[in-house]
Design a protein around this ligand. Structure first.
Ligand code: ADP
Ligand code: MG
Length: 212
């Protein structure tokens, strides 16, 4: 059976127009199962394999909610590595092509921090970064997360495997508790269960086996 189309959920017209131009017509399994709840503002834990379309699931959720006229950091996406953060930022920019003046910034280790501080000074709507570097900016007080209303943990299992638990805890502390938290992972070990219980509010769980 074919998947529902993006038109069947209440996404903003500019996003729907862009999805059509990108030839994204049908949602993947994980998108069909998680996007309606994400758009309603629920906390969601979604488990699915690589290539299942997780980026657009949280990306469309956060872009649908974003107010581009409010030039504040409204979404924070944490990823395990610089490479993955750059991939996520590229996909978000693609999904956001029709939202004019949107500013998406990556903050990862291995890049001179001074340049990042300059970029932060000029402002952003969305930050995609690795936990260590984000924590570093928080310690330096060069990053203000007090307007974040969507917090995403992408590849949460890998971030925990890499020892980012304490950095994640430090970052969560700086985000308002009145927020939407979305957690994406390929596997769901006990550590994830524990972190989700402590940082999420009545999450909906979605698990998808297929890649379509
Ligand atoms: P994951 O994070 O689950 O590994 P990605 O978000 O990187 O997967 O998506 C994998 C690929 O599928 C990307 O190239 C993305 O552009 C594409 N994609 C995602 N959703 C759709 C869709 N609904 N229709 C067509 N292509 C899609
Ligand atoms: Mg991914």
């Amino acid at each position: 059976m074919s998947q529902p189309t993006f038109d069947s959920i209440s996404l903003r017209t500019e996003l729907l127009e862009n999805l059509a131009s990108l030839q994204y017509h049908n949602m993947t399994d994980i998108q069909a199962q998680s996007l309606p709840a994400i758009i309603q503002g629920r906390d969601v834990i979604a488990q699915g394999k690589t290539g299942s379309g997780k980026t657009a699931a949280f990306g469309l959720g956060l872009l649908n909610k974003l107010n581009v006229k409010k030039f504040r950091i409204q979404s924070l996406v944490l990823c395990p590595t610089r490479e993955l953060a750059e991939q996520v930022a590229a996909e978000l920019r693609k999904l956001a092509r029709t939202i004019h003046n949107i500013k998406i910034l990556t903050l990862c280790g291995g890049v001179p921090i001074g340049k990042q501080i300059d970029s932060l000074y000029h402002g952003a709507h969305i930050i995609v970064g690795t936990p260590g570097r984000i924590e570093d900016h928080l310690n330096r007080q060069t990053l203000d997360l007090s307007f974040v209303d969507t917090f995403v943990l992408d590849e949460a299992d890998r971030m925990l495997e890499m020892g980012f638990q304490s950095a994640i805890d430090a970052v969560v502390e700086q985000i308002p508790t009145q927020r939407q938290t979305l957690l994406f992972s390929a596997t769901f070990p006990e550590k994830i269960e524990a972190i989700s219980a402590s940082i999420m509010h009545q999450p909906i769980m979605v698990k998808v086996e297929s890649n379509h």
